[in-house]
Design a protein around this ligand. Structure first.
Ligand code: NAD
Length: 548
C-alpha cells in the first residue's frame, strides 16, 4: 500500500511499467545493461493478481528516479485552429530514430493547403484581437499555464527527444526544464514591455507603444525543436502576436507535446498553430504566404537566404538565427583543465549539432601539443550509442547528415590536416553515429576551418600572437559565437571587444543563459532570441502625438 500511495503521489515517474502498461522489454533490457537497475514488484490496491515489475533506474541529478519506457504514439496530427487534423491530402512523414535507423512513428505531412488553414486561423485570432485585448499580465498567466501543463508530459518529452532527435538521456531530460524556464521568463516579462513618453512641448503629449506585427511565421530546426520553438512562441504570445510554427520534419514530436500543453492551458484557438511538413513544401509555403507579417527562422544559411528572398517580396521583418563556425582562443596562461573540459563539452554536446558549438579551437603554439592530446583523450573517452541507452555521444540526425560530416572529414584529410582521432562513422552500430573527431595542424583557410560540420568535429589551429588569433577567430563568414581562455582580465576584455560574434564566452563555452541575448553577426543572422532583447524582435514601435 505504501508503494501504491507513492504511485498516486508521483504518477509520472511510474505510469509505464510491465506489459499491461506498455513496457518495452527490449529497451528496458538494453537500458538495464547500461545502468544500475533495481527491479522490484508491488501490488496495486484492489487487485490481487496485478503485479507490476518496475525497473527502477538509479541515476543522479535533481529529478530523482524515473522510468523511460513510454511507447511512442504511432501517429501524430497537426494542430491548426485549436483542432488536431490530418494532412489535407492524407499524406504522412515517417519519423526515424537516428539511434537505430528504424521508423518509430508517422506524422501528418502538412501541405500548402494546411499552411493556408493555419495562417487563416492565426489571422482570424489576431483580427478578433483575442490576445491584444487581454491585459499583458493575462498573456503572461497564459504562458505560465503552458509551462505548468508541459510538466505533465515530462517523461514523454524526454523519451521523444532521445528517440526522434538522438539526444542523450541527460539532454532529453533537460529539455523540459529549459523550455519551462523560457516560457516562465517571457511570462514574467509580458507586463514589463514599456513605451516612452517623449517631451516635445507643453501643449503636446507624445508617447510610444509596442505593437505586435500580427501573424508570426516561425520555422524551427531539428536540433532543439522544443526550447527553440517555445521561446519564439513565448515572445509572440507575450507581445500579442499569433503564431504559425512549421516544426522540423526530422524531429517534430516534442513540439506536438507543446501544442497539447497549449490546448490544455487554454490558449485561444488559432493563437498557436503547429504544423509539421517538409521544408521545401510547408516551410516554403509558409514564408511565402501572402498573409503573414513576421518571420522567425532558425536554420542553415542557405535556407535562410531563400527565406529572406520570400520575405523581401512582401517586405516582412525577420529574425534570422543561422549557422556558425565558432572559435575559442586558448592563450598561453589558460587553465588547461578548464580548456579541455569546456572545449570538449562545446563540441561534443549533442554530437556537435548545436549552432553555437565550439567547432574551432585556436591554440597558442606553446600549448598546442598538450591541448590536442587532451582533446583527443576527451573524445576517445566518450561512450557512443543511442541516448536512450545512456551513451554520452548520440547519433547525428540522419544518414544524409552523417554522409555530409564524414565527407567533410575526408576533405580535411585531403587538405593535409592531421586526423588525430575519429574522422569516420562508428562501425558496428545501426544508427547514424559519427566518431568524435579531432583535427590538428589545421590552417585557417582549409575548408574544414571554414565550413560548418554540424557534427562532433573540432579543428585545432595554432597561433603565435594575439593579433593573429583574433584574425583567425574573425576569419570566417560566420559570427555567431566566439570564446577565449585566459586568466588575464585585461586581455579578456580587449579581445572580447574585438571578436565579431553575437556572444563571447570567456573561460567557459556557453557562459550565458536564457536571460542573455543570443544571435548572430555576419552570415550567422540578425535579431536576437533569448533575454529581454528578444521581445523587441516581435513588436514595432508606434509613436502617438496628441495636441492638448
Ligand atoms: P535547415 O535550414 O535545413 O532547416 C531548418 C528549417 O527550415 C527546417 O524546419 C526545414 O524544414 C525548414 N526549411 C527547409 N527548406 C525550407 C524552405 N525552402 N523554406 C522554408 N523553410 C525551409 O537547417 P537544419 O539542417 O534543420 O538545421 C541545421 C542548421 O541550423 C545549422 O546550420 C545550424 O547552425 C542552424 N541552427 C542555427 C541556430 C541558431 O540559433 N543560430 C539554432 C539551431 C540550428
Amino acid at each position: 500500500m505504501a508503494a501504491a500511495r507513492h504511485i498516486d503521489a508521483k504518477p509520472r515517474f511510474f505510469y509505464q511499467s510491465t506489459a499491461e502498461l506498455g513496457i518495452h522489454p527490449r529497451r528496458h533490457a538494453k537500458f538495464a545493461l547500461a545502468h544500475p537497475v533495481t527491479a522490484f514488484s508491488l501490488r496495486l490496491p484492489g487487485s490481487d493478481n496485478l503485479q507490476l515489475n518496475l525497473a527502477r533506474l538509479a541515476r543522479s541529478g535533481d529529478q530523482g528516479e524515473r522510468i523511460m519506457s513510454i511507447e511512442i504514439r504511432p501517429y501524430w496530427k497537426n494542430y491548426i485552429g485549436g483542432k488536431w487534423v490530418d494532412s489535407s491530402d492524407g499524406q504522412r512523414i515517417d519519423i526515424i530514430n537516428p539511434g537505430n535507423g528504424q521508423k518509430i512513428c508517422e506524422v501528418a505531412r502538412g501541405t500548402g493547403a494546411d499552411i493556408d488553414k493555419a495562417v487563416a486561423a492565426a489571422r482570424s485570432c489576431f483580427k478578433a484581437r483575442v490576445l491584444q485585448d487581454m491585459a499583458p499580465h493575462e498573456r503572461g498567466a497564459l504562458l505560465f499555464r503552458i509551462a505548468d501543463e508541459l510538466e505533465k508530459a515530462a517523461d514523454e518529452i524526454a523519451e521523444v527527444e532521445c528517440l526522434d532527435n538522438g539526444k542523450t538521456l541527460e539532454k532529453g531530460r533537460a529539455e523540459l526544464p529549459l523550455t519551462q524556464r523560457y516560457l516562465r521568463y517571457y511570462a514574467g516579462l509580458a507586463d514589463k514591455l514599456e513605451g516612452r513618453q517623449i517631451p516635445i512641448g507643453t501643449d503636446l503629449l507624445d508617447y510610444t507603444t509596442h505593437e505586435p506585427y500580427g501573424v508570426s511565421a516561425q520555422i524551427v530546426p531539428w536540433n532543439g525543436p522544443l526550447p527553440v520553438g517555445a521561446r519564439s512562441i513565448a515572445c509572440a504570445i507575450a507581445t500579442a502576436n499569433t503564431v504559425v510554427l512549421k516544426s522540423p520534419e526530422d524531429s517534430p514530436l516534442s513540439l506536438f507535446l507543446l501544442a497539447e500543453a497549449c490546448e490544455r492551458a487554454g490558449v485561444p484557438d488559432g493563437a498557436v498553430n503547429i504544423v509539421c511538413g517538409l521544408g521545401y513544401e510547408a516551410g516554403a509555403a509558409l514564408v511565402a504566404h501572402d498573409d503573414i507579417d513576421h518571420i522567425v527562422f532558425t536554420g542553415s544559411v542557405e535556407t535562410g537566404k531563400s527565406v529572406l528572398r520570400a520575405a523581401a517580396e512582401r517586405v516582412i521583418p525577420c529574425v534570422m538565427e543561422l549557422g556558425g563556425k565558432s572559435g575559442g582562443i586558448v592563450f598561453p596562461d589558460a587553465d588547461l583543465d578548464q580548456v579541455a573540459e569546456s572545449a570538449a563539452a562545446g563540441i561534443f554536446k549533442h554530437a556537435g549539432q548545436i549552432c553555437s558549438a565550439g567547432s574551432r579551437l585556436i591554440v597558442h603554439r606553446s600549448l598546442y601539443d598538450e591541448v590536442v592530446s587532451r582533446l583527443v583523450a576527451k573524445a576517445e573517452a566518450l561512450t557512443v550509442g543511442p541516448g536512450i541507452d545512456g551513451a554520452e555521444l548520440g547519433p547525428l540526425i540522419s544518414a544524409r547528415q552523417l554522409d555530409r560530416v564524414e565527407a567533410l572529414c575526408q576533405v580535411g584529410i585531403d587538405e593535409g590536416a592531421t586526423l588525430c582521432t575519429g574522422g569516420k562513422r562508428v562501425a558496428g552500430l545501426d544508427g547514424y553515429f559519427m566518431a568524435p573527431t579531432v583535427f590538428g595542424d589545421v590552417t585557417p583557410q582549409m575548408r574544414i576551418a571554414q565550413e560548418e560540420f554540424f557534427g562532433p568535429v573540432v579543428v585545432i589551429i595554432p597561433f603565435e600572437d594575439t593579433e593573429e588569433a583574433i584574425e583567425i577567430a574573425n576569419g570566417t563568414d560566420f559570427g555567431l559565437a566566439a570564446g577565449l581562455y585566459t586568466n588575464n582580465l585585461s586581455l579578456a576584455h580587449k579581445v572580447a571587444h574585438r571578436l565579431v560574434a553575437g556572444q563571447v564566452y570567456v573561460n567557459q563555452w556557453w557562459a550565458g543563459g536564457i536571460e542573455t541575448p543570443f544571435g548572430g553577426m555576419k552570415r550567422s543572422g540578425y535579431g536576437r532570441e533569448k533575454g529581454q532583447e528578444a521581445l523587441l524582435g516581435y513588436v514595432q514601435t508606434k509613436n502617438i502625438g496628441i495636441k492638448l
